[in-house]
Design a protein around this ligand. Structure first.
Ligand code: ATP
Ligand code: MG
Length: 331
């Protein structure tokens, strides 16, 4: 890392050396951190210091994917990281998805999930299921895991205090919403009180009709409205891959223009499409950096934000790019 702290251009460029990240299956409770030699612990803290100074008081929106919220150990580790970020002066805002959990409850209730171009066809009953799972289950689970550390997290739905004003994306898809407007006031008030907002992405229109909004899109809209320093997606892959079948093709750093070409080139599919498009839009609209990282890796956000190497993909504005997307160390 370069010496001058305070400008993005020298803030951090990724070195070629990559940290060997531990997954939850390697280390379910993170217990072996107690075995680290004191010198290593001190070195980690020293490496983190410039980042802590840089991000003091800054808002970071973190979107947790549904699969990353599925098991108890990863959820608790994620919650610990939110509290750690707050403890070093950052203002974390959590936005969560829940695709797999919605699908599971639909199946238990005898409904067959149907997707068109990656979006879930959402009739009134499916909307009720999505709302129950997102607001009533996953949101509560995250809030509960954070509040193990004290009364810090407040869970809310995009329907609360006019946070996410929505309308139908396409009448054929039913109650799938797009974000028409974000009123971030309630989030700003919670952050000013030192609380950690946890947002389920159900929005509503002006008549009170709820809509299920893609959580990536909602997280991006919220990051823009809050003028966030960072938008971090925690998902179930290492990051953005040039070729999903090739594990050495992780893109570590990419400019907005380069990412737009990748989206057009069809090397990105499924749930990565809204993520990539949201990264592009958010960085174009003033969010400092967008990141896509592996939520299955223990303490992925801390590694992404507070270490030189990072663990996933970082999306930067064009003017800060060096011209070529940097890809995994094997290339
Ligand atoms: N080029 C690519 N690089 C990485 N992942 C890709 C790529 N193309 C498609 N994908 C798929 O995108 C998926 C991640 O999106 P997905 O919507 O499934 O998860 P999520 O958004 O984290 O969770 P949720 O939808 O519950 O909020 C990966 O599991 C992978 O299969
Ligand atoms: Mg998704």
């Amino acid at each position: 890392m370069c010496g001058m702290i305070g400008s993005y251009s020298d803030e951090y460029r990724r070195g070629e050396a990559r940290r060997t990240s531990k997954s939850f299956s390697d280390d379910p409770g993170g217990k072996d951190r107690h075995d680290l030699p004191a010198g290593v612990k001190a070195a980690v803290l020293v490496e983190a210091l410039p980042y802590i100074r840089r991000f003091w008081g800054k808002t970071v929106v973190i979107k947790l994917g549904g699969r990353a919220a599925e098991d108890r150990a990863s959820l608790q580790s994620f919650a610990d990281d939110l509290v750690a970020m707050r403890s070093v002066g950052m203002k974390p805002v959590c936005v969560h998805g829940g695709g797999p959990q919605i699908g599971q409850l639909m199946e238990r209730l005898g409904k067959v999930p149907e997707f068109r171009e990656g979006l879930r066809v959402t009739d009134a009953e499916t909307l009720d299921i999505a709302r129950m799972v997102l607001v009533g289950k996953i949101n509560r689970d995250i809030v509960g895991a954070v509040n193990v550390h004290g009364p810090l997290a407040v869970g809310l739905s995009g329907e609360d205090a006019g946070l996410l004003l929505a309308s139908a994306v396409d009448p054929d898809l039913g109650f799938v919403g797009s974000v028409d407007r974000v009123d971030p006031t309630i989030i700003e008030r919670l952050l000013a009180e030192g609380l950690i907002p946890v947002v389920a992405t159900i929005g509503s229109d002006s008549s009170g009709q709820p809509y299920n909004i893609n959580a990536d899109v909602a997280a991006g809209a919220l990051a823009e409205a809050l003028g966030a320093e960072k938008l971090v997606f925690l998902t179930d892959v290492e990051g953005l891959m040039r070729d999903l079948a090739d594990p050495t093709s992780l893109v570590r750093e990419v400019t907005v223009s380069e990412l737009s070409s990748l989206v057009d080139s069809s090397s990105i599919g499924g749930g990565m499409i809204p993520k990539a498009k949201t990264c592009i839009k958010a960085v174009q609209n003033g969010v400092g950096r967008a990141h896509i990282a592996d939520g299955r890796v223990a303490h992925a956000i801390l590694l992404e934000i507070f270490t030189d190497e990072g663990v996933g993909t970082m999306v930067i504005p064009d003017e800060e790019g060096m011209g070529v997307a940097s890809v995994g160390a094997d290339e």
